[in-house]
Design a binder for this molecule. Structure first.
Ligand SMILES: Nc1nc2c(ncn2[C@@H]2O[C@H](COP(=O)(O)OP(=O)(O)O)[C@@H](O)[C@H]2O)c(=O)[nH]1
Ligand SMILES: [Mg+2]
Length: 441
């Protein structure tokens, strides 16, 4: 996420390296380069200009602090201003209305349907709500199916009306249906066109008027940069939406949309999408995003994702097993799957301060775990619970069954044995699992 921008800003700050103090001249030069970096990241011209004007003013207005190097000072100022640019603090999101009615808007392909599923899942699992998803994209049967499949996957009910071509009526009926069945949150997915057009705008305005949503969200693909900002403006003029959802931030986004939207439409970014999987959704925190852009990592989000996967009861069980040195391949498999559920591996690593930069060219193979998983899958239940019985002929069979080489199988088993021993020693030493390892669970 924003790798190019991060790198470019770092270059800008290098201008001040070795400079003893802030001067008009060195600040001007740095600020000019920061502006160039922002424009290269596709930030709106006026936004970039006003931003750097503020940075310059702040930098020159600083009392001379001998303990702070000019470079560090500039990083701090840019960090604070980036945070402000993206809205300062996290925006609120209504979840206490009775019922909550959430309306999705945006162009086709922006990620509305995917996000409808993600949000339903989040509101159910974290807020204890009972969401109903509504298929309001009536023009393409495939779109209705897509939402149904998502609903099945996430165990969320989906309201559809086969043959009904009027999304306004469907939305109204869905509200009645929700009331009669006790669903407290209605999330309405809608159709999008490839470009803003009057028919689409008119339709979504009518849905909005008819259901009076508690939150109207505008979903936008962050890869589209400046276009995203223009589309946001047009939608906002017509819909007066409540917040923005920035999707596809896991891709090679330059940052323009994230940094410009707030200023241009004066509406907060509320959520971000960071992958295709249902779990790849985060509440948007301006400060954490600024941390990330400046390569400071985002430990807080990382910890939160770990906590989501943390299960107190299972952790206690695991601890007991470790003490008895009974860790088996079933536990191992579960750990791997937990890590995978947290999302894209490279993104996760990038949240650790200082790591983002170092791994940017590294091809982190998200399928790295797949080999290990396939090997464990090819073991019999006895082998999984009692790894000690896996002898040479069993290893050969597992290699063949999983499509891996014998060396690969040997490596995985050896690694497992080593980890088990290490963890067993840990658990004996401290009586408990080390705190940081508990979080991994
Ligand atoms: N990488 C990535 N892909 C996404 C994200 N959100 C949606 N997509 C993909 O974008 C495509 C369009 O999404 P969809 O929800 O169908 O968009 P809609 O037309 O607005 O409903 C699909 O292939 C999704 O899997 C995201 O946050 N990251
Ligand atoms: Mg859709």
């Amino acid at each position: 996420m924003f790798n190019n921008l991060s790198e470019r800003l770092e270059q800008s700050f290098k201008i001040l390296k070795g400079e003893g103090k802030i001067t008009e001249l060195n600040v001007a030069e740095t600020v000019k380069d920061v502006r160039r970096a922002l424009l290269e990241a596709d930030v709106n011209y006026n936004v970039a200009k006003e931003f750097t004007d503020r940075v310059r003013e702040k930098a020159l207005g600083q009392k001379v602090l001998t303990s702070v190097k000019p470079g560090e000072l500039l990083v701090k100022i840019v960090h604070d201003e980036l945070t402000e640019l993206m809205g300062g603090s996290a925006a609120s999101f209504e979840t206490n209305a009775k019922p909550n009615i959430i309306l999705m808007s945006g162009l086709q392909g922006s990620g509305k349907t995917t996000f409808t599923g993600k949000l339903g899942n989040l509101l159910k699992s974290k807020h204890g709500l009972k969401p109903l998803l509504v298929a309001g994209d009536v023009y393409r049967p495939a779109a209705i199916d897509q939402l149904k499949v998502l609903g099945d996957q996430l165990d969320l009910p989906v309201y559809t009306e086969e043959g009904n071509q009027d999304p306004v009526v469907i939305a109204q009926n869905a509200l009645k249906h929700a009331a009669s069945k006790g669903y407290d949150t209605i999330i309405i997915d809608t159709a999008g066109r490839l470009a803003v057009d009057d028919v689409l705008m008119d339709e979504i305005s009518r849905i909005k008027k008819a259901v009076n949503p508690t939150e109207t969200l505008f979903v936008v693909d962050s890869m589209t940069g400046q276009d995203a900002v223009n589309t946001a403006k047009e939608f906002n003029d017509r819909l007066d939406f409540d917040g923005v959802v920035l999707t596809k931030l896991d891709g090679d986004t330059r940052g323009g949309a994230a940094l410009s939207i707030r200023t241009v439409v004066n509406k907060p970014i509320k959520f971000i999408g960071t992958g295709e999987k249902p779990e790849a959704i985060d509440v948007f925190y301006p400060e954490r995003m600024a941390d990330r852009i400046l390569g400071m990592g985002d430990v807080v989000s990382l910890v939160e994702r770990m906590q989501d996967q943390y299960d107190e009861r299972k952790a206690a069980e695991l601890e007991k097993k470790l003490k008895k040195n009974e860790l088996d391949f079933n536990d191992f498999l579960e750990q791997i799957q937990n890590i995978r559920k947290m999302g894209n591996l490279k993104d996760l690593l990038g949240m650790i301060p200082g790591v983002g930069k170092q791994i940017k060219d590294l091809d982190v193979d998200d399928d790295a775990f797949k080999g290990i998983e396939s090997i464990i899958m090819s073991m019999t239940p006895q082998e999984r619970t009692n790894p000690n019985i896996i002898n040479g002929s069993r290893r050969k069979r597992i290699a063949q069954g999983s499509g891996n080489s014998l060396q690969e199988v040997n490596r995985v088993i050896k690694q497992f044995m080593q980890s088990r021993k290490l963890l067993h020693n840990f658990s004996k030493m401290s009586g408990n699992l080390p705190k940081n390892m508990r979080g991994m669970r």
